[in-house]
Structures are given as structure tokens and as C-alpha cells.
Write a protein that binds this ligand. Sequence first.
Ligand code: ADP
Ligand code: ASP
Ligand code: MG
Length: 409
Amino acid sequence: MAVIVQKYGGTSVANAARIKYVAGRILRERKKGNDVVVVVSAMGDMTDDLITLAEQITKRPSDRELDMLLSTGEQVSVALLAMAIQEQGGKALSFTGAQIGIVTDPSHTKARILDIDTTRLRQALREKNVVVVAGFQGKTRTGEITTLGRGGSDLTAVALAKALKARCCEIYTDVDGVYTADPRVVPAAQKINTISYDEILEMASLGAKVMHNRSIEVGKKFNVPIYVRNSRHFKEGTLITKETKAMEEVTVRGVALTEDEAKITFFRVPDRPGIAARLFKTLADAKVNIDMIIQNKTETNTTDISFTVYKNELQKALDVVRRAAKELKAGHIDCDENIAKVSIVGVGMRSHSGIASKMFGALARKKINIDMISTSEIKISCVVDGKKGRLAAQTIHKEFGLDKKITRE
Ligand code: ADP
Ligand code: ASP
Ligand code: MG
């Protein structure tokens, strides 16, 4: 008997009617004779609502208490889904991440899974239950509740699929699969039938929130087949799998946009060896994630350093940077929250040239100024004015012919 892991996102369980419908789908899978483990997210926007609530209490909630609060969202949905399955005549048991043995490191709000003890889970499966697991959470070795970062239920699902040697991991969401761009940003985006782990990993890291990036890392490492599908119907969806030769024929597979970052500029930093190391070490010690960095020498033996951070860590970053500016006797600090990062991704970029100039040319024709650039083997990212992010994504998408229907593969 095969194990199938299914994950249902927030919109798929947004209200009682949706939960009942999902319960029916799960029982349909169960009737095929497979063991089914279901991972569920919090209902609708509940996680956002809980964050808003915390912000009404304090601008700087402690990460431990934030995890304690946010983990409750998933606890509501697993209990309701288990009830719905039971109501429809099935056997089901719901569990929190801690109960089901998901052990993480102690990095509150962005914990990493260290181990999964599947004893309890296997026992529940043996007793013919559908096992319903709260996504996005775990506990540390000392019993503290942690969460895995926004969108982290995908990671719970893929990690469980690996631990249980499941046949596959199915991610059910509110779109038909992975598209060439977020269909909400680029209406002409096309559904991709098959995509490599590396491409979706880059797209997810660059803002395509259809999949959590670390879930793809786990999928890639352990070769877990992942299907992304719409929870409202039974169409094919997208298969995320190992790279094949044919995939390299497509230079640009997709476009991603993120408006979640802010740029901090540190003016007139003394231009001496070790200064950048000190600045970024203090940020790392405060557990602030840095994305892009650029440094420009000025005429007065100083440099200006700009870097981007995630908006939800901006306050923390600014606190650190202001202290560092005093210590380093640097000039003033500027912060720009009105930026967008637009990126192109494709494994074919390794073997094709002229991609960057094509991207920059398309932006120039629309009079979109490029503020920062970063590249890797399979991606190019540009930071632009926040107001022009969507236009930039649509422009590049068209430039690389991504709005044509994908028929092959
Ligand atoms: P869930 O709650 O099911 O986890 P998410 O909101 O996290 O759903 O992810 C689904 C959303 O991801 C879609 O509604 C879509 O707007 C967005 N998205 C961003 N980039 C892409 C992409 N390349 N392909 C498909 N969806 C994308
Ligand atoms: N509920 C969590 C979030 O909104 C986790 C998830 O949906 O995957 O980020
Ligand atoms: Mg999600």
C-alpha cells in the first residue's frame, strides 16, 4: 500500500464548506487503497490576522511568542478537517507538528526541520486513519513550539513525504499549477507542465510564493516527486522533478516578482578592509537575512553600501545598522521600502548568451530604471521602482515569449 501526502493551502480550507469538500476529496483518495497523510495550512488569512493582532499589542513581538500564536492557526484547521472526514464516515486523527514528532532547530519564526519521528504517525496509519497534520510547525528538542517561515506547510508536506517514503507529495492550492509568472501579476502567464527542482527553487526564492523554497530543497535532495494542483478540480497540474535535457532548450522558464524587500543604504562608510565584514556580521548575529548587496566607492575614501532585507525584518535591520553606523563613524542611513525585484529564471540560461541584454533592453524601452542587479547561473534579478514592478514583470514575460501556450513535455 502506497503512502500519499497531500497538502491543502489556506484558501483550500478557508471556510466550513471548503473543508467539507476537501474531506470528500481525501476520502476519494483513501478509497483507492492508499494511506493518506494530509498537511493543512491555517484557514484563509488567519496567519496574517494573527500577525495583525500581535502588532496591535507590540511593534516588536518576541519570536517565541509569535510562534506560540501563529501555530494556533493550523491547529484549528486540522481539527475541523478531521471532524469533517469523520462526519463523512472516514477514520481520521489530527495532530500538531509537535505531537507528530517534527523536531526543529531553535530559530523561532524560520526554524529548520532536523528530524521527524514517525512512530506515532505510522501507528495512526496502521489503525486505518487518515492522518491530518498541522503544517508550518514543529518543536525544538527542549519542547519549544517553532514555525518554519511563511508558506512553511509545503515544507512540512515534502519533509513528511520523504520521511514516510511516500509515492509523491501533492500540493493543492488555488491555481492550476506552477505558471510562467504569478497569474495575478501577469494575466498572460501559462501553466508549466514539468519544471525542474532548480528552476522552481529559484522562482520560489525570488518571490513565486506558489511553493515554499526550502520545501523544494528537501524535494530535490531526496528526489520526492511533487505535483502542484488546483484543489477545486482534478486536472493534471505541474510536476516538479529532476532536470532533463529537454528542459535546457527553454532559456527562460519563468518570471518572478517580489515586493517584500526594502533597500537600506549606508552612506560614507570608511573604505578599509574589514568594515563590510563587521557590518554584515552584526546583521547576521541579529539573524537578519540579506539579499542583494552593492557597494560604490565615493571620491572621499569612503563607500556607499546598499543592501536589501525582507520587510518583516526591516525594523530589526535598522536597529542594528543605526548602532553600527555610530561605531563605524559612518554617514547617514537611508531606507527605501518602495522597491520591487523582478527576475528571470531558466536552466537554459547556462548554455545561451545575450539574455541579460535582452532583459535590460526590454526594461529600457519601457523607461524602467534598474537600481540593482544580481545574477547566478540560472537567474538574473533587477531591483526597480516599486510602482513599476508589475509592468516590469509583464514586459519581460512578453519579451521572452512566455505568453505562448506551452504544449510540449
Ligand atoms: P496556498 O495557500 O495554497 O499555499 P499560496 O497563496 O501560498 O497558496 O500560493 C498560491 C499563489 O501563488 C497563487 O494564488 C499565485 O497568485 C501565487 N503565485 C506566485 N507565483 C506563481 C507562479 N509562478 N505560478 C503559480 N502561482 C504563483
Ligand atoms: N499558515 C502559514 C502561512 O500563512 C503557513 C502556510 O500557509 O503554509 O504562512
Ligand atoms: Mg503557500
